[in-house]
Design a protein around this ligand. Structure first.
Ligand code: KIV
Ligand code: ZN
Length: 390
């Protein structure tokens, strides 16, 4: 076991806030229905996540099975530049498994909402606090870094949440996580909760947010949490996870960097290879319109947009695609205009007259109106036909 050399503070001291990224593709992401990975498959993904630059890799939930325990142990042994963390309920049996897997950190959790305490845990609020504190003290006595999650925090009485977090911070937790377990937060409610915890819990700790996507707001809520003072976000590649999934790492990391202007360690030029690995292992097809990594994220067809892009890319792109390892594509179709056709023809090595461009565009629109998808090969056929091969 070693402590990874990652930044652990909310502020770098250079005026630029640093936000930690805890990747949970191998834990919450593996809880996606129908997914089960072998230890060697999990290790391969962990190595790719380390290469991507995540601060912390949540490798799994060791109590789940012997294979899961093995996977976490191997990952803890092989990963050197990201922290390795594993999940445990606030019970000795789970904590012992994490201790034996020899990770850097432990992710302890207990539910704090009335509905969970009453119907799932069958514990009183006071008993929940006692369990949480006992778990933190026990894990701490074994030298583990402690991240503590209040499960269902966003449906928890905020005053009770403060009491729980204050108790675990006093017992030695260095990161406290607000889990939006069933995805009911929205940006302003998440920001309010982060601010409330920040101002009411005393001590030295980082606030983390763990957002689920049940209402499609996991990315927005994570960003709102960071804006309000969270120093870490939990995310998974492509947002894989339970039900509608978790916050998508590639989206949150890009928003933190390019919209909020904060630092992370994510190397976007590695994102595509990690995404490819996850799509293969998790059997996914990326929707073309998926933010940042979808095929259409930086594609342009409409005549007005292509004209703008060709004059200055920032007219219709929020950032240069190369900043997130993507490429710009000019797509030809029914909505194309003259500038796009001229651009594509030049790309194909032609220097056409205006009248030729007009004729090619007319033919493209005829084909598109018949439902035919016009690719560059078809454009080339059209220009040969229009120009009579000349
Ligand atoms: O969604 C959740 O509440 C969790 C906890 C284990 C943090 O994944
Ligand atoms: Zn979760």
């Amino acid at each position: 076991m070693r402590i990874a050399p990652t930044l652990n503070s909310v502020n770098t001291g250079e005026g630029k806030k640093y936000v930690r990224i805890l990747d949970t593709t191998l834990r919450d992401g593996e809880q996606m229905p129908g997914i089960a990975l072998r230890p060697d498959q999990k290790l391969k993904i962990a190595l790719a996540l380390e290469d991507l630059g995540v601060d912390s890799i949540e490798a799994g939930f060791p109590i789940t099975s012997s294979g899961e325990f093995e996977a976490v142990k191997i990952i803890a042994r092989e990963i050197s530049s990201s922290e390795v963390i594993a999940l445990a309920r606030s019970v000795k049996e789970d904590i012992d498994k994490v201790i034996n897997a020899d990770t850097d950190a432990i992710h302890l959790f207990i539910a704090t909402s009335d509905i969970h305490m009453k119907y799932k845990l069958r514990l009183s609020p006071q008993q929940v606090i006692e369990r949480a504190v006992a778990a933190v003290e026990y894990a701490r006595s074994h030298g583990l870094i402690i991240e503590f999650s209040a499960e269902d925090a966003t449906r928890t009485n905020p005053e009770f949440l403060t009491r729980v977090f204050q108790a675990v911070v006093d017992a030695g937790a260095s990161r406290i996580d607000i889990a939006d377990t069933v995805g009911v937060a929205y940006p302003s409610s998440m920001a309010r909760l982060v601010s409330h915890i920040r101002s009411s819990v005393k001590g030295n700790y980082i606030i983390s947010v763990h957002c689920h996507n049940d209402f499609g707001m996991a990315t927005a809520n994570s960003v709102a949490g960071v804006e309000a003072g969270a120093g870490q976000i939990h995310a998974t590649i492509l947002g894989v996870g339970e039900r509608a999934g978790n916050a998508a790492l590639e989206e949150v990391a890009a928003a933190i960097k390019f919209l909020l202007g904060f630092d992370t360690r994510i190397k976007f030029d590695r994102i595509n290879s990690v995404v490819q690995l996850i799509t293969e292992r998790y059997g996914l097809v990326i929707p073309p319109n998926k933010a940042i990594v979808g095929r259409n994220a930086f594609s342009h067809e409409s005549g007005i947009h292509v004209h703008g892009i060709l004059s200055h890319p920032l007219t219709y792109e929020p950032i240069d695609p190369s900043l997130v390892g993507a490429e710009r594509r000019i797509v030809i179709g029914k909505h194309s205009g003259k500038h796009a056709v001229m651009f594509v023809l030049k790309q194909l090595g032609y220097e056409p007259r205006d009248s030729v461009v007009d004729a090619v565009l007319k033919r493209i629109k005829e084909l598109a109106d018949q439902g035919i998808k016009v690719d560059y090969k078809i454009v080339e056929d059209i220009i040969k036909e229009v120009a009579g091969g000349g």
